[in-house]
Design a protein around this ligand. Structure first.
Ligand code: FAD
Length: 293
């Protein structure tokens, strides 16, 4: 198991990769890699793959990871399964089983890349457990030259503009998420979710129905076309539990669902279920927790 570090001044991160399980870390440290650009990053990663020939190459399904993975797969002439939610190895064929939602999330498709190498997937952050950090673990650092010059670059970094106006909510790293669905009835009732989130130290998430209705911004959306989250506690309020929502939150440690319909699919993944009117249950729950915390 090896990790790849591409950047400038990133050598110090190698120990993090070892601490989390990597045996080798391949490092390309170069000023051209200071800010992300597809061309030099893809060039470096392709060169590493061609030299060291891994069976499998995995990247994060982040905005940059998606961009890099597709460029690298194209250069290498291999397949790429984007946004996997599960990875496994077939014990007989030793092929990588790459599972992801398909056809609008109505089925889970397992995809194989039998004839090309490496087998490439991107996986969203938080889909898998982070292995425990063991700072005593050491590994091997393998340095590699990028071998490119600035005047060969097709693009140039002019300025970095941060998304200051964007609605900031960090769902991905949140330990507690209080999420609301269409069952909340109207946008004014989301104040109740904010209240509960404040009491338990969590953040507010939402189903796509809520975002499509304009009740909350896209930054709050959990699910296949939103964020994949893995909090310690996910409190679902008036969310039916459509498959496209479940794929984004079903690996949460504890799921507490409040829904008036006892047959709602959310109860199939819930650790604790409360059948009732969310507008009545939520204030009671918040009061109880406020008095305990
Ligand atoms: P509904 O399905 O309308 O459910 C509302 C629930 O609230 C019901 O179960 C009802 O019983 C309950 N309820 C009503 N009133 C009350 C009350 N007073 N008290 C308690 N409970 C009450 N969805 C996502 O969430 N995230 C995604 O990323 C996503 N991506 C998608 C991608 C594609 C390609 C497609 C086709 C769909 C996607 N969807 C996604 C939409 C998804 O299929 C559902 O339509 C959506 O999740 C439904 O949102 P909801 O549960 O809030 O609303």
């Amino acid at each position: 198991l090896s990790g790849v570090l591409l950047g400038q001044g990133v050598e110090g991160l190698a120990s993090e990769a070892w601490a989390h399980g990597a045996q080798n870390v391949y490092l390309i440290d170069d000023p051209l890699l200071k800010n992300y650009r597809t061309q030099p990053h893809a060039h470096g990663l392709v060169a590493l793959v061609q030299q060291y020939r891994p069976e499998i190459l995995l990247l994060g399904a982040t905005t940059l990871g998606r961009d890099l993975a597709s460029a690298v797969a194209t250069s290498l002439g291999t397949g790429l399964t984007a946004d996997c939610t599960r990875l496994a190895i077939d014990p007989q064929t030793r092929l990588l089983e790459q599972t992801r939602p398909a056809f609008g999330g109505n089925i889970m498709a397992t995809i194989l890349c039998a004839n090309r190498r490496p087998q490439m997937s991107t996986v969203r952050p938080r889909v898998m457990d982070m292995p425990a950090r063991d700072p005593s673990r050491q590994g091997k650092l393998i340095r590699h030259e990028l071998g490119m010059r600035e005047d060969e670059m097709l693009t140039r970094m002019v300025e970095f503009v941060s998304a200051e106006t964007a609605d900031v909510v960090n769902l991905v790293d949140a330990e507690i998420i209080v999420a609301g669905g269409r069952g909340m009835g109207s946008p004014k009732n989301f104040g109740m979710l904010e209240e509960l989130a404040k009491v338990v130290g969590g953040v507010v998430g939402a189903s796509r129905a809520v975002v499509d209705a304009g009740w909350l911004s896209y930054a709050h959306q959990v699910g296949q076309t939103g964020q994949t989250v893995r909090p310690k506690i996910y409190i679902s309020c008036g969310i039916s539990g459509a498959i496209q929502h479940l794929v984004g939150m079903q690996t949460s440690d504890i799921i507490i669902a409040i829904n008036s319909d006892p047959e709602a699919p959310i109860f199939k993944v819930a650790t604790y279920g409360i059948v009732g009117d969310v507008l009545q249950v939520l204030p009671m729950l918040t009061e109880q927790l406020r008095s305990k915390l």
